[in-house]
Design a protein around this ligand. Structure first.
Ligand SMILES: [Mg+2]
Ligand SMILES: [Zn+2]
Length: 281
């Protein structure tokens, strides 16, 4: 099923916390972080915090161990695995950084489900210090977006993704996120696309105060079971649509309600939706 591209924000979307805040709090530099918060752009501040950790004797391994403790709900992990197994193209667009995101996704065994992670680059310098750089070099030019931070406009990233996936035919895009920059990404969606905003987070306020701006269908979610069900029902609809134009038998689909229990799909009495139970081939 090559027609569906699902793009995830990372912080407060795939994981419940913000990975930057998690590291700063767990490694005991929250006071300095709060002190400098309004003096530097967030991305530059995180780079400054990594220098602070280095100066205090914390190694890259200490940071990785700390990241491995970030909780990730089993429902989001299993829906990511299922969507990947059905051939969906999964991507991340995040204002965190490569090191934090890859360490967490790898620890939970789902890094390989993603074809691309669009985020701020990170590197380890010759002193063994983690450096965090901006995705978009805002010192040389501005992206001009009023919604997003200077180092990354998620709308621009979405335009890049659509251009790269559209080369081999029309794709349906799904975007999942919680923040204001995720609203900017959502503005790049079209009529046939789906936006999945986290309920009661800033993205929902922006959608409701700008109701005419969002062209995509909107499926809100408030926990990872609901998000998993939303994703799998979208995968399922896309699967049916794709197969109706080819010859795959629909007996690969079983009627179940999109309800997650203990991380697995279970049927309920009023099964109106058709969810795939195992990957086609
Ligand atoms: Mg977020
Ligand atoms: Zn933007």
């Amino acid at each position: 099923m090559a027609g569906l591209v699902v793009v995830f924000d990372f912080d407060k979307t795939i994981i419940d916390c913000d990975s930057d805040n998690w590291v700063v709090e767990e490694l005991g530099i929250n006071n300095l972080f709060t002190q400098l918060l309004h003096t530097l752009p967030w991305n530059s501040l995180m780079d400054r915090m990594m220098t602070e950790l280095h100066n205090r004797g914390k190694t890259i391994e200490d940071i990785e161990e700390c990241l491995k403790k970030v909780p990730l709900h089993p429902s989001i992990a299993s829906s990511i695995e299922s969507a990947h197994a059905f051939g969906c193209d999964l991507r991340v667009v995040s204002d965190a950084n490569v090191c934090f995101i890859e360490t967490i996704l790898k620890h939970h065994g789902i890094l390989d489900c993603f074809s691309e992670i669009n985020t701020n680059p990170s590197l380890i310098d010759e002193q063994g210090r983690l450096r965090i750089l901006p995705y978009h070099d805002f010192n040389t030019s501005s992206h001009g977006c009023k919604i997003c931070p200077p180092n990354m406009c998620k709308g621009l990233v979405m335009e890049k993704i659509r251009a790269s996936v559209s080369a081999d035919g029309k794709k349906q895009l799904v975007y999942v996120g919680d923040g204001a920059p995720d609203f900017c990404a959502g503005l790049k969606l079209e009529g046939g696309d789906v936006l999945m905003p986290r309920k009661d987070f800033p993205i929902c306020d922006l959608i409701s105060t700008n109701p005419l701006l969002t062209k995509a269908k909107i499926h809100e979610w408030s926990d990872w079971e609901e998000l998993g069900a939303n994703i799998l029902s979208t995968v399922n609809r896309s699967f049916i649509r794709d197969e109706s134009s080819s010859n795959v038998k629909t007996d690969q689909l079983v009627p179940v309600d999109c309800k997650y229990q203990n991380g697995s799909i279970s049927a309920t009495a009023h099964g109106a939706l058709h969810l795939p139970v195992s990957p086609p081939h």
